[in-house]
Design a protein around this ligand. Structure first.
Ligand SMILES: O=C(CO)[C@H](O)[C@H](O)COP(=O)(O)O
Length: 232
């Protein structure tokens, strides 16, 4: 089974948790896209749900698949968010934002009663940090913000190169919110909650890709089948 088939399997398992009448957060990325497509099939068969997309890309996918959409201004909570991740550690800390949607993803996950993370099992790691940590920043004052981030890294005992993310066309990647992303190649993040707190305190940082205490369960698809791990 190839990686894409594993991602679809994880998405299909998460779909089993969806009930009629649910208000759903819809994640971003190739795994979350499978979930939206499978959800669309169920909606076309009569399932009644409504979704809040975490990116313009997901909004377009959901519309194409016939999933009805709303916003967090029009409903007061979400029952369940299903989203992918770039890395997941055994404490359920995540790195997200490989697809650049971390800000809306975090707002939606935080507004949700539960978050199920769907992934192929290569995303499950002992320690976060091999995947570059995305930090979404305001372009204004970038030099100062960068220095403050470097200081936060040093205070938290991590270090590594940071680069402004580029799009495929070579131009700076601009998020749905109009911000830029710095990808920090840290290697190992020994204390993700501490680093998350330090980054959140920097004025030019809009959001970062460390998701702490948000995931309730993880669905991992691998060669040996599906594993569902619940947060204790
Ligand atoms: O955080 C994300 C997007 O901002 C994605 O969930 C993450 O990058 C995983 O993507 P994929 O399912 O394509 O591996």
């Amino acid at each position: 089974m190839n990686m894409d088939q594993l991602k679809r399997q994880a998405a299909a398992r998460a779909l089993e948790e969806v009930r009629d009448g649910m208000q759903l957060g819809l994640g971003t990325g190739s795994t979350a896209k499978h979930f939206v497509e499978l959800l669309g099939e169920r909606v076309r068969a009569g399932l009644k749900v409504i979704g809040v997309p975490t990116s313009e890309a997901t909004r377009m996918d959901a519309e194409r698949c016939g999933v009805p959409l709303t916003t967090l201004d029009d409903i007061d909570h979400l029952d369940l968010t299903v989203d992918g991740a770039d890395e997941i550690d055994p404490a359920f800390n995540l790195i997200k934002g490989g697809g650049g949607a971390l800000l809306r993803e975090k707002i939606v996950a935080a507004a949700s009663d539960r978050m199920i993370v769907i992934a192929d099992d290569t995303k499950w790691v002992a320690t976060l940090g091999r995947f570059p940590l995305p930090v979404e920043v305001i372009p204004f004052g970038l030099g100062a913000t960068r220095r403050a981030i470097e200081k936060a890294f040093a205070d938290c005992g991590v270090s590594g190169q940071m680069a402004v993310r580029k799009a495929k066309d070579g131009h700076v990647f601009v998020t749905d919110g109009g911000h830029w992303i710095l990808d920090a190649h840290l290697g190992r993040i020994e204390d993700p909650p501490r680093l998350a707190k330090a980054l959140s305190a920097i004025p030019g940082v809009v959001e970062h890709g460390l998701f702490i205490g948000l995931a309730s369960s993880v669905v991992l698809a691998g060669g040996g089948g599906i594993r569902v791990i619940e947060r204790r």
